[in-house]
Write a protein that binds this ligand. Structure first.
Ligand SMILES: NC(=O)CC[C@H](N)C(=O)O
Length: 359
């Protein structure tokens, strides 16, 4: 059996079982999700990260392409207590190193105490702990990945559901999960999937009923073109966003985002809707959060565990965003109606003011 080492920024070096060979570096994060490993591994939001599964057995129902959220695996490497052969073979086939037989409780404790941290990993014949340390030394901070949008976005516009007769959505693809597109198509929308740095003129040519900013990896402030786009359209066009999309919309409208200690990643994050008092269970995968919504956005939903903003509404503009993943996949489907609410913005929400009768 080949050796496998994981070097953490905390100074710890762990030894585990080699499950897929290679070397890698990235930001170490963990998810508590107990299902949905195919969806998580193909979620572009995990680009440049090393994903630890805290649930102890990953891969027990195989690997099926129809559950993928994109066309490749995005985390740079995977850590687990136990990976089945199905998952290990899939990771190996895509060149993504993997280590299991780790005490993932130690890994999670390190990340909870030290925050999402840099990590190096080395798996293969003749490797030593120093190979993992060498990877760690070369690891960049997440905010330094300024071109991360280009790594995950479409290069050219793609039109989906061209024959649908519902609203036209311009989806700014900052690393969109397939289920976001599917959720819009299922509601009869035509979706123009556009590059993360699409120009204002190219969006104007689409003449969208809704501008929708997707989820995606990295630091929202590195998505300058998408921030500019929201500013250019928000006065005349309804704007929606999911996860990174919420953060980009906030940055565009005078809000501020910040990095969390270790973020929220899992499928049972409780969210309180402040108006209805209702709590829903949500799927989450983020390391940044909106710290200040600014003067144009109102916080309408919060995380029950730490009060961070989970939903924003425009005060004077038609804006609706979520920090969690209403499209589920994986996780609970309690919040799919977000997509109905977004598309409802395509038709004027406010009924015209009643004209007083002449007397
Ligand atoms: N799922 C996402 O869109 C993640 C958003 C952002 N990259 C974060 O970590 O906060």
């Amino acid at each position: 059996m080949n050796p496998a080492y994981v070097a953490l920024e905390s100074g710890h070096v762990l030894e585990g079982r080699a499950r897929a060979p290679g070397t890698a570096r990235g930001e170490l994060v963990f998810t508590t999700a107990y299902t949905g490993y195919e969806e998580s591994l193909t979620d572009p939001s995990y680009e440049e990260q090393i994903l630890t599964f805290s649930y102890p057995l990953i891969g027990n129902y195989g690997v099926r392409e129809d559950r993928f959220e994109s066309d490749r695996i995005h985390p740079r490497a995977v850590l687990a207590r136990e990976l089945t052969d199905d998952v290990a073979d899939w990771l190996a086939s895509e060149g993504v190193p993997a280590v299991d037989h780790l005490d993932t409780r130690d890994v999670v404790t390190d990340v909870r105490e030290g925050g999402a941290m840099k990590c190096g990993i080395a798996v293969g014949e003749d490797i030593t702990p120093d190979d993992a340390r060498a990877e760690l030394e070369q690891c960049e901070a997440m905010s330094d990945h300024t071109e991360i949008g280009a790594q995950v976005s479409v290069d050219e516009p793609v039109v989906r559901g061209a024959d649908n007769d519902g609203p036209t959505v311009a989806l700014v693809d900052c690393g969109a999960k397939g289920s976001i597109v599917d959720s819009l198509l299922a509601r009869n929308a035509t979706v123009h999937v556009l590059p993360h740095d699409v120009s204002t003129a190219d969006v104007e040519a689409v003449d969208p009923d809704v501008l929708f900013v997707s989820n995606g990896p990295g630091d929202p402030v590195n998505f300058e073109a998408a921030i500019d786009l929201v500013q250019a359209f928000v006065e005349d066009t309804p704007v929606a966003g999911i996860c990174l999309g919420q953060q980009i919309v906030a940055e565009a409208l005078g809000g501020v985002t910040e990095k969390m200690t270790f973020g929220h990643r899992g499928v049972n994050q409780p969210v309180l809707d402040l108006e209805s008092g209702r709590v829903v269970m949500t799927t989450q995968n983020h390391g940044y959060t909106v710290a200040e919504p600014g003067d144009h956005l109102e916080v309408t939903q919060i995380n029950v565990n730490d009060d961070t903003p989970e939903g924003l509404d425009g005060i004077e503009y038609d804006v609706l965003t979520r920090q969690y993943h209403p499209e589920a996949n994986p996780g609970p489907e309690d919040t799919l109606d977000f997509f109905d609410d977004v598309l409802a913005m395509a038709t004027p929400r406010r009924s015209p003011r009643a004209i007083p009768a002449d007397d």
